[in-house]
Design a protein around this ligand. Sequence first.
Ligand SMILES: Cc1cc2nc3c(=O)[nH]c(=O)nc-3n(C[C@H](O)[C@H](O)[C@H](O)COP(=O)(O)OP(=O)(O)OC[C@H]3O[C@@H](n4cnc5c(N)ncnc54)[C@H](O)[C@@H]3O)c2cc1C
Length: 483
Amino acid sequence: MTKPLTIVWFRQDLRIADQPALRRAVDRGGVIPVYIWAPEEEGDWPLGGASRWWLHHSLASLDEQLRERGSRLIIRRGPTQAMLDGLLEETGATAVYWNRRYEPAAIERDKQVKATLLSRGVPAESFNGSLLHEPWTVVTKQGGPYQVFTPFWKACLTADVRHETLPTPREVTSPAKWPKSLSLDELELLPSIPWDAGFYNAWNVGAPAAERRLQQFISEAIARYHEDRDRADVDGSSLLSPHLHFGELSPRQVWTAVEKELAKSQALKSKSGKGAEVFLKEVGWREFAHHLLYHFPQTPTEPLREQFRHFPWRRSQQDLRAWQRGQTGFPIVDAAMRHLWVTGYMPNRMRMVVASFLTKDLRLPWQRGAEWFWETLVDADLANNTLGWQWTAGCGADAAPYFRVFNPTMQAEKADPDGEYIRRWVPELAKLPTKRLREPWTATAEELAAAGVQLGMNYPPPIVDHHEARDAALAAYEKIRAS
Ligand SMILES: Cc1cc2nc3c(=O)[nH]c(=O)nc-3n(C[C@H](O)[C@H](O)[C@H](O)COP(=O)(O)OP(=O)(O)OC[C@H]3O[C@@H](n4cnc5c(N)ncnc54)[C@H](O)[C@@H]3O)c2cc1C
């Protein structure tokens, strides 16, 4: 008897290891691994340019991993329902499996696909491949969603859940005949202008690279994570965010690998456990972000805190452009924005600094910042990005209060004490003495001349006065608070 065939619909789970949909399909029989490109089904948030770059390379890597196991990846261009229907008919497959997503548009689409398949008698099953705790499994005593991180995370940690990974299939059985596939290039995911050159230096895409990165982070950096994660000048964090977003690595894989390290450090009575604990808490923020997005699906565009609907945001295309291009005249902000443009990444502390600058110093809407990050981050993630922007703007759940305005100079002193980060990304200021580097407008004419800096010519003067801008932001906040 021939084995039943299952279509595995890959999405943000581009891996073989700890892949529930694939594992179940392999156990059932033959497998047709499929990726369907349907950007028009992503609602207001079709993939940005940097994410499309990542996706291209991640799909190539997934195909390679499948081929090593005797299989391959079939690529189709949407709409999803029609593509799945076509494949079921062409191949004789009798079931469709996938791992769940949590973005509002994806949930809607998936529900419809599932209902349609089931109504035709095709078993359609979805699994949890992306989270430790799915959003509806963690509820307050009153049965509602959490809006504060600490009790949310406490509830997760005390939940009776074991984060075990699934065995990786050694072989993935092929169908007797492969259906047709588009070539990856036909999806045209790579940018037509070469702004991605720096991405190639910065990243190794795909699950094997993600697993290596995780091991390297655990053995080399996790012990110092709690101290280094806020530094801009050293790679103090894991750099796993794009791998986690595209599901090249599951959070269960991360969790079990780190727990192993924690157990080791406890046995050795070493202090390295502190870094591991703080790191797992950050993975917890990712869980919290998905919890919030699921329960408050309007938040990618609407503030969670209602009063912020009436906030008097400014409108200035010119200031927005200066921020996007790293031309604000505030070197730490400009360094971070250029870092983002060149590599598709920015460290967490820098994301907070530039987001505070946009929403408080420039008083531009946080949604404009979220959109730019969406386009330029390789780890652009609707849940994490929404949480990050609403947190910094002060209008989200468990957010920094609006009156907390980051001072760019002080942030630069802490995150980049020797000025290495600024010198790297804003090379026109590299020759300034460190104490002037953060505030070139305070340098004397001689210092500027000696460093070859001409303010207004090869580097802009600051586009706002930070102290005046801070006062104006606080006054605007007082107005909505009073109303
Ligand atoms: C304005 C703003 C926008 C952001 N946009 C995104 C985004 O689009 N995509 C994204 O993945 N992260 C986003 N973050 C969160 C965070 O900055 C990144 O996850 C982190 O910098 C990625 O680097 P890392 O992998 O080295 O993180 P690590 O510090 O090593 O953390 C490990 C993992 O935990 C998760 N994580 C860490 N911090 C957070 C956080 N604050 N919120 C949610 N998850 C977190 C990530 O998956 C990360 O890979 C944003 C933060 C801010 C302030």
